[in-house]
Design a protein around this ligand. Structure first.
Ligand code: 5AD
Ligand code: FES
Length: 348
């Protein structure tokens, strides 16, 4: 006989749960259980990271994308997107502004845009690293060849974020066109780790066709794969995609999963995502209290922000970087934590 409190104790003690136990934990979710898990997760997070919250300056370098993921607003077949790409000089300016605001990690994220060849990126990365040697460079540019990942690493990139999106192959096929491959994506993550990057993966909460079965697989995958970072946020429909009428994920379920993730790997870097802040005005604060310890304010030039619309009603698209960081600083403090000027590497 399963007793849910035994499962919670087991999770909190650092023991691994079975797939069935993860599923039960998800299915038995209620307010009381969520409060219990959040308190345990917050205690663990404070043991490892104190009250520190790491900031990552997100630079959305391009909304061109060769892919056609069914959920994503910048998919190639969305003809309503006003496409842009930032030139290396513009990206360097974002870093300069970010550095002055206290950022020590720059995340270059974009659609899979063939414009950014290895030549362009290696030059850009080494320029950033020589101007800001005390900063970490994180890339989030999708699937590339192992050789390319190696060249970018050798140029100075420290970390790579590539959400696996779902740990189930069958589910992956329902979210992506058949030109995209689950195996290739998972293989990219493996290669990135082999090369030496600190790696981040992640998934959407309540993406179409996701049930507690899929979610339990996500948790198992993260438990076994042990990424340095795991980014999760609610699925939010975008009006110009095939999933436009699908319901969005909720704040409560997302926070519940954040707590479980913190308990699975207490040292993992876990962001309170923009998507979470989009579905609930207090979403990021709630995420931090549930166990998250990273926020990723936007450093992209204001002129392009609205164009990087992965989902509807994305927040922070009208604010300058300085406004966002000040707003976040207050929010983080109000939630009981504090933003630090630090590279924020994972504790080993
Ligand atoms: N809702 C929420 N998250 C989304 N992403 C893409 N589209 C959506 C959406 N509609 C997430 C994906 C991707 C990350 C950059 O944004 O998980 O990896
Ligand atoms: Fe961007 Fe509040 S964090 S406006």
């Amino acid at each position: 006989m399963y007793k849910i409190s035994d499962i919670v104790d087991k999770l909190n003690s650092g023991a691994k749960l079975t797939l069935e136990e993860y599923e039960l934990l998800i299915n038995e979710r209620n307010e009381e259980l969520a409060t219990t898990l959040a308190a345990l997760a917050d205690r663990k997070r404070r043991e490892v990271y104190g009250e520190d919250v790491y900031i990552r300056g997100l630079i959305e370098i391009s909304n061109y994308c060769v892919n056609d993921c069914l959920y994503c607003g910048i998919r190639r077949s969305n003809k309503n997107v006003d496409r842009y790409r930032l030139m290396p000089e513009e990206i360097l300016l974002c870093c300069k502004q970010g550095y002055e605001l206290g950022f020590r990690t720059f995340v270059m994220q974009g659609g899979e845009d063939p414009y950014y060849t290895d030549e362009i990126l290696t030059k850009l990365i080494s320029d950033i690293k020589s101007s800001y040697p005390d900063c970490a460079v994180t890339l989030s540019l999708g699937e590339r060849s192992k050789e390319s990942y190696m060249r970018l690493y050798d140029a100075g990139a420290d970390r790579y974020l590539l959400r696996h999106e779902t740990a189930s192959k069958e589910h992956y096929c329902k979210l992506h066109p058949n030109t995209m491959s689950f195996d290739n994506r998972m293989n990219c993550l493996k290669e990135l780790r082999e090369i030496g990057y600190q790696i981040g993966c992640g998934f959407m909460v309540s993406s179409p066709y996701q049930t507690s079965k899929e979610l339990s697989k996500e948790l198992k995958f993260i438990e076994e794969f042990k990424p340095d970072m795991c980014g999760i946020g609610p699925f939010v429909a975008h009006k110009d995609t095939p999933f436009k009428d699908e319901p969005s994920g909720g704040c409560d379920l997302t926070c519940y999963l954040l707590s479980i993730l913190r308990l699975i790997h207490p040292k993992m870097l876990i962001p309170a995502t923009t998507a979470l802040g989009t579905i609930d005005p207090q979403g990021r604060e709630k995420g931090l209290k549930a166990g998250a310890n990273v926020v990723m304010p936007n450093l992209s030039p204001v002129g392009v922000r609205k164009k990087y619309e992965l989902y509807d009603n994305k927040i922070c698209t009208g604010e300058e970087a300085s406004e966002c960081i000040e707003c976040l600083r207050k929010r983080v403090e109000k939630a009981g934590y504090k933003i630090v000027t630090d590279r924020g590497d994972v504790r080993k």
